[in-house]
Write a protein that binds this ligand. Structure first.
Ligand code: NAI
Length: 337
């Protein structure tokens, strides 16, 4: 029986990187029946800004999604699809592994970076509870709950135990937000006590931003509430070459959605030069999640091989290959390995 996966190509470069990724996954030999869903800005507009029910129905059937970027209107318009999806499916854990990549020159080329990030995905300032008190005075509610904080902390520590990670830093601003970030920290401490083999540390978010830039090698795993997680995870992606190459995943109790963390890149959409690495690596995480560990490893190491060889890289990472040329190179390696 083939696996079933809901495929959401999305907007802008989304369909280009999704097509490339489907080709690379199929080259591994794993049989997948893709349920292709149109969830982009046009479809959302037509549905009044809400995720259409058939999208949720598809994910309820398959339990696994692979998603490209969807354009989000700024300072108005509908709520982000990502935020909606995470809330509607209770995808509480955002997971981003970031590692130095062979063949990409960065300011940190002489440092080995290997950091996994866990971000609470359903609350904090992303609760979307904003209110205009009187004209020109707006409040935005930061929601932190014990249940959600314990859940993400437990998820991070379980992962660390399973994958033999040494150290977790909880990132916070509890010196200022004593109640909300204070609660988050207390939950992290409570969970940490059950995992004595993992070193538990805490760091204020502004210091963490500086330390990540100056000494990224001291970090192993980061555990963060939603907003800091959003910002810090992009910062860490920047250390290894940017959003075009890092994967992401969102896990709930029943569903998992794997996604490229970059946006729809309207400046290069339709030109055939988008870098599909982020979505391909997300697909490798997906293969591992569905139990196809060998295929996941083969896809991941083939992508890394193409980077190390350096002959078929896309323009954003200093090459001149098209999306299709890069993808062909990955597929040649996947099928030979
Ligand atoms: P962006 O990530 O789309 O683009 C930033 C820069 O990175 C651009 O120069 C773009 O060409 C480049 N870039 C991004 N991905 C690339 C790739 N795979 N290959 C080569 N170059 C790549 O961020 P921006 O411009 O802030 O957002 C554009 C739209 O995307 C917005 O509507 C935003 O809301 C949406 N967005 C959606 C996300 C999602 O659905 N997960 C995440 C981030 C943004």
């Amino acid at each position: 029986m083939p696996y079933q996966v809901s495929l959401i190509p999305g907007d802008g470069i989304g369909p280009e990187v999704a097509q490339a990724t489907v080709r690379a996954v199929e080259a591994t030999g794993v049989r997948i029946e893709w349920e292709c869903i149109e969830l982009n800005s046009k479809a959302l507009e037509a549905a009044g800004g809400e995720i259409p029910q058939h999208v949720l129905d598809s994910l309820d059937r398959t339990h696994v999604g692979l998603k490209g970027p969807v354009t989000t209107p700024i300072a108005g318009g509908h709520q982000s699809v990502n935020v909606q999806l995470r809330k509607r499916l209770d995808l509480f854990a955002n997971f981003r592994p970031v590692r130095s990549f062979p063949g990409i020159r960065t300011r940190y080329s002489d440092v080995h970076i290997d950091i996994v990030m866990f971000r609470e995905n359903t609350e904090d300032l992303y609760a979307g509870l904003e209110h205009e008190v009187v004209k020109d005075v707006v409040t935005s509610l930061k929601v932190i709950t014990r249940v959600a904080s314990l859940r993400i902390a437990r998820y991070a520590f379980e992962y660390a135990r399973r994958e033999k990670r040494r150290k977790i830093h909880a990132i916070h601003k509890a010196n200022i937000m004593k109640l909300s970030d204070g609660l988050f920290l207390r939950c992290c401490r409570e969970v940490a006590r059950d995992y004595p083999e993992i070193e538990y540390k805490e760091m204020i978010v502004d210091n963490a931003a500086m330390q990540l830039v100056m000494r990224p090698e001291i970090f192993d795993a980061l555990l963060m509430p939603n907003l800091y997680g959003d910002i810090v995870s992009d910062l860490v992606a920047g250390l290894v070459g940017g959003l075009g190459i890092v994967p992401g995943a969102n896990f709930g109790e029943r569903h998992a959605v794997f996604e490229a963390v970059h946006g729809s890149a309207p400046d290069i959409a339709g030109k055939g030069v988008a870098n599909p690495t982020a979505l391909m690596q997300s697909a490798a995480l997906m293969l591992s999640h569905i139990g196809e560990g060998e295929a996941a490893h083969r896809l991941q190491s083939s992508i890394e091989w193409v980077y190390a060889e350096g002959r078929h890289l896309t323009p954003d990472v200093g090459g001149s290959a098209t999306t299709a040329e890069f993808t062909d190179a990955v597929i040649r390696k996947v099928t030979k390995s």
